[in-house]
Write a new protein. Structure first.
Length: 343
């Protein structure tokens, strides 16, 4: 056999022949089976590298019932929160011996239905999915054969495992923090028109509950509407509210992108943060840590979201077939430079 043979045509038996071992030994090395001597493992890995061998997923599935691959379906890979959650899930999956395929659905209902309809069936062992538009009943009706765990505040069928934070409680705590710091007129940025998500509605509910419970000033004009989720939309909405005469001394933002928008709009009109107006974001992304001033923000435990989702998914992959389990992951408030008690 020519040792220079490369490419997709390389077979397990080619690696075994070059390494001078059995095909079973090569298979054990590929599957990271522990009971292989270091010397033999090194010889097999050298043969794999020389030949450019790539394990065939279909063959692996036939042999083991597993591909070692998982899918992560998220709305947008360039949205900071989803990007950071994807990183945590990818790192946790790697620690557990899996590889991740990441797919973005772009908030498209047909793309979300395709995830539920087992588009990855036979390619992956399980799917972690953050839906936006597909509803609870449709997920229950289309319940896939591939093990599935849902993330986020969207659909939560009883048949499916689900991981989220308590958005209402987190918003309440954010408002309570601002009230304790002496803020009396707290705005909410922003209520997105035609919002397909549940996140905004839950966060707005927590904001309203906290104001009501505290007997604090509540003005519908301080719920600032935006056209969409971008920083530019947030800047335009905040600027329009200020120009219309809205007066507030703090703002709770639905995410860190809108918090950046608030900082930009307030800077343009000469408002000081936090002296004139405190700003509290949501998600604790890199945007929060590197803004000026550093952004105070509600911080979901993203590492715990990843661990919990993979724990549930591995249970399903191992054969658990009970009713859906719904896990609430912890959150904190990261207090930085954009909130401070008034003197």
């Amino acid at each position: 056999m020519e040792s220079g043979r490369q490419g997709r045509g390389v077979r397990l038996e080619d690696v075994a022949k070059l390494a001078g071992v059995s095909m079973k030994t090569v298979s054990n090395v590929v599957r990271d089976y522990p009971h292989v001597s270091a010397k033999t493992r090194e010889r097999v890995q050298a043969a794999i590298a020389e030949l450019g061998y790539r394990p065939n997923l279909t063959a692996r599935r036939l042999a083991t019932g597993r591909t070692g691959m998982l899918a992560l379906a998220i709305p947008e890979i360039d949205q900071p929160y989803f990007a950071e959650v994807a990183r945590h899930i990818g790192e946790e999956a790697t620690r557990r011996g899996y590889r991740i395929i990441i797919e973005q659905t772009l908030n498209d209902i047909e793309a979300e239905r395709a995830v539920i309809r087992d588009r990855e069936e036979g390619l992956v062992d399980g799917v972690i999915f953050q839906p936006v538009r597909i509803d609870t009943m449709e997920i229950a009706r289309l319940r896939p054969d591939t093990p599935l765990v849902l993330l986020g505040e969207g659909a939560r069928p009883l048949t499916t495992d689900h991981v989220m934070i308590d958005n209402v409680a987190a918003a309440r705590e954010g408002v309570e923090l601002l009230l304790r710091q002496g803020r009396t007129r707290i705005a909410f940025l922003g209520m997105v028109r035609r919002d397909p998500t549940q996140s905004t509605h839950l966060r707005l509910l927590g904001y309203q509950e906290a104001l009501h419970t505290a007997g604090a000033f509540s003005d519908p004009a301080l719920v600032i509407e935006t056209d969409w989720f971008s920083v530019d939309d947030g800047v335009a909405a905040m600027t329009a509210a200020l120009e219309a005469g809205a007066r507030f001394d703090a703002v709770l933002c639905r995410d860190d992108l809108f918090a950046q928008a608030a900082l930009r709009a307030l800077d343009r009109v000469g408002m000081r943060v936090p002296e004139d107006i405190a700003v509290l974001g949501w998600d604790d992304t890199a945007l929060a840590r590197y803004s000026t001033p550093a952004l105070s923000t509600i911080s979901p435990d993203k590492a715990a979201i990843a661990r919990t989702a993979l724990d549930l998914l591995e249970d399903r992959m191992a054969g658990f077939d009970g009713v859906g389990r719904h896990r609430i992951v912890a959150h904190t408030i990261a207090e930085r430079g954009t909130t401070a008690s008034e003197s």
